[in-house]
Design a protein around this ligand. Structure first.
Ligand SMILES: C[S@@+](CC[C@H](N)C(=O)[O-])C[C@H]1O[C@@H](n2cnc3c(N)ncnc32)[C@H](O)[C@@H]1O
Length: 363
């Protein structure tokens, strides 16, 4: 989902949660029972407050059930991060994630949204799970904006906390960006990579915070090369490697545009056995007027990746671009398996939407 932060809304949301006071415009909360809600809906005066309170109750109930369903099992697996809700009820356009005692509650913004909606949902969910308000983090997400905006800073707390994913740890920043540093929907794909990594040369393009790199390194990769154009991402990857005791010289970090890296790869960055390519849907460069549009440009990019692989090497290609279609006929390979269903964990399975698509490609 292509998203954008609205700082002003986020600020007002944060103020509300911090103070816990009724809405800034002075309206009182009106709590409706279900039958009263129906009567209210038919009244000529629009009363969003009642409707929203009912939505907050519905969301809180749903999230509580899901939390109880996953909690013990995920605790045993040492999974601190998992999803509790993603727009499962059409009129409740929220996403709720659990981060080891913290809640991140997002709103998929639309024009009809009001600034009160998200704090109301967040507070209801926090209350249901007995999470203190200082551990509630609200984020506004907007469809239709450029992917690059998703990685822009929205705050400067610089607070990172380590969270467990199995026997690995990852630094999470719950406040400063829309995304927190860990895409938990790929935790099983990471495990797949780790199981195949022993003695292998591993390439991670668009590495972000290096979670795939840490898994490959933990699995015994003889070399890992992680590429991202963002300085923050490369530093974060370094920190995550160190956090897991994996900071040896065989883990190369390259801050570069992927297309530049592929156009002129370093001599020591070839002959890979294993690769992960998980690009954004759309990417621009600051220095050049070059745009990368995944929908049209992926064959050219992937064919360049294949040229860096050993014969028989394996590439995991993934995207969260909705409606993405792989142009398999334009790829210089024949063995392409769609492993999407095998890589989506239970907490991310939803009838309405696919969190990501993923292919295993043998070169
Ligand atoms: C979808 S995330 C990748 C997620 C990552 N694979 C993971 O599992 O955590 C996108 C990343 O691509 C990086 N990026 C965007 N455009 C890029 C480009 N042209 N070259 C290299 N990195 C880029 C961003 O900085 C961001 O870290």
């Amino acid at each position: 989902m292509i998203i954008r932060i609205y700082n002003v809304l986020l600020f007002s949301a944060a103020v509300y949660v911090k103070t816990g006071k009724p809405f800034a415009n002075g309206r009182q909360h009106i709590v409706f029972k279900a039958h009263e809600y129906e009567r209210n809906r038919k009244m000529s005066l629009p009363n969003q407050t009642g409707k929203h309170r009912l939505q907050a109750d519905m969301l809180a109930n749903r999230v509580k059930k899901r939390y109880q369903h996953f909690k013990k099992r995920y605790e045993k697996l040492h999974l601190d991060v998992f999803r509790l809700y993603d727009w499962d009820i059409p009129e409740i356009r929220a996403v709720v994630d659990w981060y080891g005692g913290h809640l991140v509650v997002g709103e998929y913004l639309r024009l009809q949204s009001t600034p009160e909606w998200l704090p109301l949902m967040g507070q209801a969910v926090a209350k249901a799970l007995e999470v203190p308000l200082e551990n509630l983090h609200l984020k506004i997400r907007k469809a239709g904006m450029q992917e690059g905006r998703r990685y822009e800073r929205i705050s400067h707390t610089n607070q990172k906390i380590a969270m467990a994913e199995r026997d690995l740890q990852f630094y999470i920043n719950l406040n400063d960006y829309v995304d927190t540093g860990l895409f938990s929907d790929h935790r099983d794909t990471r495990m797949r990579v780790r199981e195949q990594a022993a003695g292998k040369r591993f390439l991670n393009l668009y590495c972000y915070t290096g979670s795939f790199t840490c898994y490959a390194a933990k699995g015994g990769a003889s070399l890992t090369v992680s590429v991202d154009r963002s300085e923050t991402a490369i530093q974060w990857t370094k920190d995550n490697l160190e956090l897991n005791g994996l900071s040896a010289a065989e883990h190369i970090l390259i801050q570069k545009d992927t297309l530049d890296f592929l156009a002129a790869p370093r001599p020591d960055c070839r002959d890979f056995d294993l690769a992960v390519v998980d690009p954004p849907s759309y990417s621009t460069t600051k220095t050049k007027d070059v745009h990368f549009d995944l929908a049209t440009d992926h064959p050219k990019m992937l064919n360049r990746v294949f040229a860096l692989m050993k014969k028989g090497g394996r590439v995991y290609f993934s995207t969260n671009h909705q409606n993405f279609e792989l142009k398999s006929r334009d790829l210089a390979v024949t063995d392409i398996q769609d492993i999407t269903d095998l890589t989506i964990p239970e907490d991310y399975r939803s009838k309405g939407k696919q969190i990501h698509q993923c292919w295993e490609i043998t070169v």
